[in-house]
Design a protein around this ligand. Structure first.
Ligand SMILES: CC(C)(COP(=O)(O)OP(=O)(O)OC[C@H]1O[C@@H](n2cnc3c(N)ncnc32)[C@H](O)[C@@H]1OP(=O)(O)O)[C@@H](O)C(=O)NCCC(=O)NCCS
Length: 192
C-alpha cells in the first residue's frame, strides 16, 4: 500500500467524493432496521451536495492513496433556531418522538455537526478514520461561537458510537423513535 495523504478544504469542488459518499449511503441503507428505504433514497447528489452548498461554514478532509480518494469526513457549523426545532423532515411525518435536539434545548444557538465519515472497506483499521476525525475535531473546536457539537448516527450502525466516544461524544437521545441516535459533547472552548 502506498502512503496515505490528507487534503482538507473549506470551499471547492467535491465531485471526486461521489463514489465514497454513495458507498456510505448504501452502507447505512443495508444496516438500517427502521425505514431502510429512507436511507436508500439518499445519495451524493441529494445529501452531500446540498448540505455542502447550503452551509456557510463547512470543512471536508479527504484521505488519498495516490490520486484515489479512499476516505472522507465532513463537518459544518451553523445556527439552530426555533424553526429547526419544530420542523419535521417529510420522511419523519409518520414517526413520533423527539427530533434532532432534545426537549428544552435552548435556541438560538450555534452548533458544530460532524456530518459524514466514511473509509473504504479495504482501508479500515489503519487509523484513517482516526486521522480524519482528529482534523474534523480540530476544525469543529476552532470556532469561538460554537456551544455544542453533535453527531447523528443512522439506526443499525449504533456500534460506531464507540468510535465517536473516543472523541468525547456521549449519547443524548433517540431521534424520531430510534430512526437516528444523537450524540453530543461541549465544544472544547466551552468546557470550563
Ligand atoms: C467508522 C469508520 C470511518 C472508521 O474508520 P477506520 O479508518 O477503520 O477507523 P480507525 O482505523 O481510525 O479506528 C480507530 C478506532 O476506532 C475503532 N473503530 C473503528 N470503526 C469502528 C466501529 N464501526 N465500531 C466500533 N469501533 C470502531 C477501531 O477499532 C479503532 O480502535 P483502536 O484505536 O482502539 O484500535 C469506518 O469503519 C467506516 O467507514 N465505517 C462505515 C461507515 C460508518 O459507519 N460511518 C460513520 C457514519 S455515522
Amino acid at each position: 500500500m502506498n502512503k496515505i495523504t490528507y487534503k482538507d478544504f473549506e470551499n471547492g469542488d467535491i465531485s471526486n467524493l461521489k463514489d465514497l459518499c454513495d458507498s456510505l449511503m448504501r452502507f447505512q441503507a443495508e444496516h438500517a432496521k427502521i425505514k431502510p428505504e429512507v436511507m436508500a433514497s439518499m445519495n451524493f447528489d441529494n445529501r452531500l451536495v446540498p448540505d455542502y452548498n447550503n452551509a456557510s461554514r463547512k470543512y471536508i478532509t479527504v484521505a488519498y492513496e495516490g490520486d484515489k480518494p479512499i476516505g472522507f469526513a465532513f463537518a459544518s457549523v451553523g445556527e439552530v433556531t426555533e424553526d429547526d426545532i419544530s420542523q419535521k423532515p417529510i420522511w419523519a411525518e409518520d414517526i413520533d418522538g423527539v427530533g434532532f435536539f432534545p426537549e428544552g434545548y435552548v435556541v438560538p444557538t450555534t452548533i458544530g455537526t460532524y456530518k459524514l465519515l466514511y473509509v473504504d472497506s479495504n482501508y479500515r483499521g489503519l487509523n484513517i478514520g482516526g486521522e480524519l476525525s482528529k482534523m474534523i475535531m480540530k476544525w469543529l473546536n476552532s470556532h469561538d461561537d460554537v456551544e455544542d457539537l453533535w453527531v447523528f448516527v443512522a439506526n443499525g450502525n449504533e456500534e460506531v458510537a464507540k468510535f465517536y466516544e473516543k472523541y468525547g461524544f456521549n449519547h443524548s437521545h433517540s431521534v424520531f423513535s430510534g430512526f437516528i441516535e444523537a450524540y453530543t459533547r461541549k465544544a472544547i472552548r466551552r468546557i470550563s
